[in-house]
Design a protein around this ligand. Structure first.
Ligand code: ZN
Length: 182
């Protein structure tokens, strides 16, 4: 990785630069199915259409695992960085305090006071990480088998056909990545 380069995609960059955290229209249907997951405070919820089916299944799996605790979980950031998904969520502790399921937190602080809550947090983290890992070999544009590519300082995960498109017609490629697959 080249830390001196800004390898966030142009689409993600425009989202980041906007004044208010945005929610991609692609996520509207999931927000209807699982409203509580999308109602908490967040810093932007973005999605690549090739990764959408994996994310939709992840939401279904999390919803099933949460059971009666649906109001305790929400997405706090969904983004792409260095061509890979970065999906961050919060789960309330037993005392109602929200803390991170995934992301920039030391493992010790992930532990909730109750054993059951701790097991739930571990399970949710495993689900999120497995889904992210699944997307690391899926094209951002079409979801087919892909690998991480670096092109002019930008990292993307895309198949051979969409790598060609990215080289020839980058604007069209990013429009495709951002389109609603539904
Ligand atoms: Zn593709």
């Amino acid at each position: 990785m080249h830390d001196q380069l800004d390898s966030t995609t142009p689409a993600a960059k425009s989202l980041r630069d906007s004044r208010q955290p945005t929610v991609h229209p692609m996520l509207a249907e999931l927000a209807r199915c699982y409203p509580l997951m999308f109602q908490g405070p967040h810093t932007g919820l973005d999605m690549a259409c090739g990764w959408y089916p994996v994310f939709a299944q992840l939401c279904a799996d999390i919803d099933a695992r949460l059971g009666q605790l649906q109001s305790d979980f929400h997405w706090r950031q969904l983004k792409e960085k260095y061509g890979q998904p970065r999906w961050y969520a919060s789960l309330k502790d037993a005392d109602g305090q929200a803390s991170d399921v995934t992301g920039l937190v030391r493992p010790g602080s992930l532990l909730a006071p109750e054993q059951e809550r701790e097991a739930l947090r571990d399970c949710l983290r495993d689900l999120v990480q497995a889904a992210e890992a699944c997307c690391e070999t899926r094209c951002m544009a079409c979801g087919s088998s892909a690998s991480l590519q670096r092109l002019k300082g930008w990292y993307t995960t895309c198949c051979a056909g969409h790598l060609d498109m990215l080289q020839r017609e980058p604007d069209a490629f990013w429009r495709l990545v951002q389109q609603n697959p539904l």
